[in-house]
Design a protein around this ligand. Structure first.
Ligand code: ZN
Length: 512
């Protein structure tokens, strides 16, 4: 059911109203009639989103905005006081790669996202977006979620609109012109950039020139080009070069989505990928990336075989070798033989006295299987996360059947910061807040500072950690104690705030 839009609680508007009445009525405005809600968070350690060292600071919020952050900030009479002793106060996390576009309407509380400290989701990645963008954003304005939303224009979405089912080829000039007009329309409607998924069915038929032209269109509206690049396996380097070339030729900032090196042939080559990107950055190409904190993907067993010849032993053999062998393929769902579940393909094959290739072919014949495939190495993930231009993104979302859907941000904080010391806490939080905010020009977000919107996370740095696993991908994390969106408490002590029916999430659009 649609509810009326929430009235604006813009603090500067309130101040402006005071000034207006003060000037013309020459009398102090009646304080009691202004419905202000003031909260002061006291005793916490502030990680302000910039990467600066954590420091003791109180944070005061009036309505939807932060009005002060510092040691000298004190609660005023009438403030609600929140005790943050032992907790870190941080800006709300911004997930730059989130697949919740369809689910937000039915699950506006977005519990699995808010539970991680996410206060903003960027939707429409990998080339697939809602359409029309304007209608989608209006619907979010009419029926807000607990989290803020921003949307990309999906390249495959506009390609499909123009080429219909005849998309298995390069586009003609006339088709490209129509796609350009659609990208412009989406950007005008409020999209923050153009996304592509060049490893997928529709987007994969586009040539580089098509993406350069569409990138130019997004650039005219100050958007970014965000890409699931053409290959994340043996041809990763060619794919990275193409993404850089698109940015260079279209003069648009490039965001490499979920940067990874996903086959044995490119494992341990993070340094080369980093050098490639660093060189581009030195030439003035604005390239950044996001990375999810998992070394495994989850999908159906057939996606292992890129040439789709599932009963062709040499194809299957190459596919298994590419992921480091059948020991890296965990069967998680197989209706014909539930007894295979949570065993590796290698273990099942050995127990039956067949080769892994034979076992693979039999499983496909028996209806296929859900698998979790370990196909990245931690050393590469670590190297990527240590780059100052790599941010945290989940590639998850509401209901996603991979632990990243419910665990990404707490996993980085718990495992990579606290347990493994790959990153400092302020740097990890910067990668979750001010970096994506700046990348997408999200105003007044990503930092804790006077004037910013009060999207905040209070987390316990010694407890925060993910609990989602490949067998239980939706288990919620622990240690995210409180989450505020636009000054409203939406998450408290491990659950959504029951009285929070207001859904304070807003729509964010790139200022054109
Ligand atoms: Zn992707």
């Amino acid at each position: 059911m649609a509810r009326p839009p929430r009235p604006s609680t813009d603090f500067s508007a309130v101040l402006a109203a005071f000034a207006f009445f003060g000037l013309f009525l020459a009398a102090p405005a009646p304080r009691a009639q202004v419905n202000t809600a003031a909260i002061t968070i006291v005793g916490g350690e502030l990680a302000d989103g910039t990467g600066a060292a954590v420091r003791r600071a109180n944070v005061r919020i009036v309505n939807d905005r932060i009005v002060g952050a510092g040691r000298d900030v004190k609660p005023l009479a009438g403030d609600t006081v929140v005790d943050a002793t032992g907790l870190v106060v941080a800006p709300g996390f911004i997930d730059i790669h989130n697949h919740s576009a369809n689910e937000l309407a039915s699950e506006p509380a977005a519990s699995s996202q808010v539970a991680q400290g996410i206060t903003t989701v960027v939707l429409g990645p990998d080339g697939g977006s809602p359409w029309p963008i304007g209608e989608y954003l209006d619907e979010r304005r009419r029926s807000p979620a607990s989290v803020n939303v921003a949307v990309m224009v999906g390249h495959a979405t506009v390609r499909r609109l123009v080429m219909r089912d005849d998309y298995k080829r390069t586009a003609t000039d006339a088709e490209l012109a129509r796609m350009t007009a659609l990208v412009e329309q989406g950007m005008r409607d409020g999209a923050v950039g153009l996304s592509s998924g060049l490893e997928y069915e529709v987007g994969g038929y586009a040539d580089t020139r098509e993406l350069v032209e569409l990138g130019k269109a997004a650039a005219r509206f100050h958007g970014v080009y965000m890409s699931h690049i053409r290959d994340e396996a043996d041809k990763s380097f060619e794919a990275l070069r193409e993404a850089i070339a698109i940015g260079e030729q279209a003069r648009i900032p490039v965001q490499i989505s979920h940067i990874k090196l996903g086959t044995v042939g490119v494992w341990h080559k993070a340094a080369d990928a980093i050098a490639l990107i660093e060189n581009a950055r030195k030439r003035g190409v604005d390239v950044t990336a996001d990375c999810y904190p998992y070394n495994a993907w989850s999908s159906t067993i057939t996606v292992l075989v890129p040439d789709k010849r599932y009963d062709h032993p040499p194809s299957v053999e190459k596919a298994l070798a590419d992921v480091g062998g059948a020991g890296n393929v965990l069967i998680v769902r197989h209706a014909a033989h539930p007894d295979y579940e949570f065993k590796t393909l290698d273990a099942v094959a050995r127990s039956r006295g067949v080769t892994p290739v034979e076992q693979f072919i039999q499983i496909v014949k028996d209806g296929g299987a859900g698998v979790v495939c370990t196909s990245m190495v931690d050393a590469d993930i670590q190297a990527f996360y240590r780059q100052p231009w790599v941010m945290v993104g989940s590639d998850g979302g509401i209901g996603v059947r991979h632990p990243r859907g419910a665990g990404t941000f707490p996993k980085v904080l718990g495992r990579y910061v606290r347990e493994l010391h790959w990153l400092t806490l302020p740097e990890a939080i910067r990668k979750m807040t001010s970096m994506p905010a700046e990348r997408l020009q999200l105003r007044d977000r990503g930092r804790v500072a006077a004037g910013a919107i009060a999207d905040l996370v209070l987390l316990n740095p010694s407890a925060v950690v993910d609990r989602s696993t490949f067998s239980d991908p939706t288990a919620l994390p622990v240690g995210i104690e409180k989450v505020f969106v636009a000054g409203e408490l939406v998450w408290d002590s491990g659950k959504p705030v029951a009285s929070s029916q207001k859904r304070p999430g807003r729509v964010m659009a790139t200022p054109n």
